[in-house]
Design a protein around this ligand. Structure first.
Ligand SMILES: NC(=O)c1ccc[n+]([C@@H]2O[C@H](COP(=O)([O-])OP(=O)(O)OC[C@H]3O[C@@H](n4cnc5c(N)ncnc54)[C@H](OP(=O)(O)O)[C@@H]3O)[C@@H](O)[C@H]2O)c1
Length: 270
C-alpha cells in the first residue's frame, strides 16, 4: 500500500445491520467489496455514494491529481491512485472484489478507455460482476436506430475531437468491443443524455436505442449511477448492454401506462 492510500477502518458502517435495499442479507452479514474505476468523476462519486449506502466495502481508483475529489469519503473508502489503464494499478485495486464498476471515457487519444477495459478484464477476480459505463452511441449488435441529431453529432464531434487530440470516440468503441467479446460476467450500461438533479429512481432500459421507451433521451446522472450499482446484483443484466432512460421521463411514463395491467416487466423492454 502506498502512503497515499486510505485504509477503510469504519467497522461501524461495514457491520451495521442490513436495511431494505442493502446488497447484504442476514445470511451474509459482511459487506461485499466493489472497486469503482474512475471514482473521482461525477458518475464515479455518485456510484461511491450508492455503493456505501448499500453496505458495500468500496475501493476507488482515480488519477493521482484527482484524489482530493474523494475527500468527502475519507475514512470510508480505500483509494488507489493511478491511471485507470495501468494494469498494475487495476490488479491491486480489484483484488478480492466481488464487483467492478468502470467509467469508460473517450478522453485523450492514447487508448485510455481500451486500456482501462482490458486491465479490468485481465485482472478482476474470476466470477466478479463487471459493469461498464458508456453512451448510447455504442452499439452491440448494430440494431440501434439513432436520431438524425445523434448521427450528426457523432459525425461532427468524433473527427473534430480526434483532430484536436481531445477525445477519441473509437477508443470507447474498441473498449466495448473487447468487453462484448469477453466471457466475463459483464454488463455495459449505455447512458442517454445526462442531467443533474434529485434521484427519480431506477432508470428503465431497452436493448435498442430507437425503442419508444427511450425517446425522451434524458437520465439524471445520480440515477445512471444507481443503475450501475444495482446491476451488480441483477443477473438478468449479465451479458446485456442496456440503453437507459429516466423512469419519470415522458417516454418511460407512456410505456408504463401502456403496459399497465399487462404482465410485462415494469423496468425493461426488449
Ligand atoms: N456526459 C454525458 O452527457 C454522457 C452521456 C451518456 C453517457 N455518458 C457516459 O457516462 C460516463 C461518465 O460521464 P460523465 O459525463 O458523468 O463524466 P464523469 O463522471 O465526470 O467522468 C469523467 C471521468 O473521466 C476522467 N477523465 C477526465 N478527463 C480525463 C483525461 N484527460 N484522461 C483520462 N481520464 C479523464 C475523470 O477522471 P478525473 O476525476 O481524474 O478527472 C472521470 O473519471 C461515461 O462512461 C460516459 O461515456 C455521459
Amino acid at each position: 500500500m502506498t502512503g497515499k492510500e486510505t485504509l477503510n477502518t469504519n467497522k461501524e458502517r461495514l457491520y451495521r445491520p442490513p436495511v431494505e435495499g442493502d446488497a447484504r442479507t442476514q445470511e451474509s452479514p459482511v459487506a461485499r467489496k466493489v472497486c469503482i474505476v474512475g471514482a473521482s468523476g461525477k458518475l464515479g462519486r455518485y456510484m461511491v455514494r450508492h455503493a456505501l449506502d448499500r453496505g458495500y466495502e468500496v475501493v476507488g481508483v482515480c488519477r493521482e491529481k484527482s484524489v482530493g475529489k474523494l475527500d468527502a469519503f475519507e475514512g470510508r473508502i480505500t483509494v488507489v491512485p493511478g491511471a485507470t489503464n495501468d494494469p498494475e494499478v487495476i490488479k491491486r485495486a480489484v483484488a478480492g472484489c466481488d464487483g467492478v464498476l468502470v467509467v469508460l471515457v473517450p478522453w485523450g487519444v492514447h487508448g485510455y478507455s481500451t486500456g482501462t477495459a482490458q486491465a479490468v478484464l485481465d485482472h478482476a477476480p474470476v466470477g466478479a460482476r463487471l459493469v461498464f459505463s458508456c453512451g448510447w452511441h455504442i452499439t452491440r449488435d448494430g440494431r440501434d436506430v439513432y436520431s438524425w441529431k445523434l448521427r450528426t453529432f457523432a459525425r461532427v464531434f468524433g473527427p473534430l475531437a480526434r483532430l484536436a487530440r481531445f477525445a477519441d470516440v473509437d477508443d470507447q468503441v474498441e473498449a466495448c468491443r473487447r468487453v462484448f467479446a469477453s466471457d466475463r460476467r459483464w454488463t455495459v450500461v449505455r447512458g442517454s443524455d445526462l442531467e443533474e438533479g434529485e434521484s427519480q429512481g431506477l432508470p428503465v432500459w431497452s436493448r435498442h436505442v430507437g425503442d419508444p421507451i427511450l425517446a425522451s433521451n434524458i437520465t439524471r446522472r445520480v440515477d445512471f449511477a444507481l443503475f450501475m450499482v444495482a446491476a451488480l446484483e441483477n443477473e438478468e443484466l449479465v451479458h446485456e448492454a442496456p440503453a437507459i432512460v429516466g423512469c419519470r421521463t415522458p417516454s418511460a411514463l407512456a410505456h408504463a401506462a401502456a403496459s399497465e395491467g399487462s404482465t410485462s416487466s415494469p423496468i425493461s423492454v426488449y
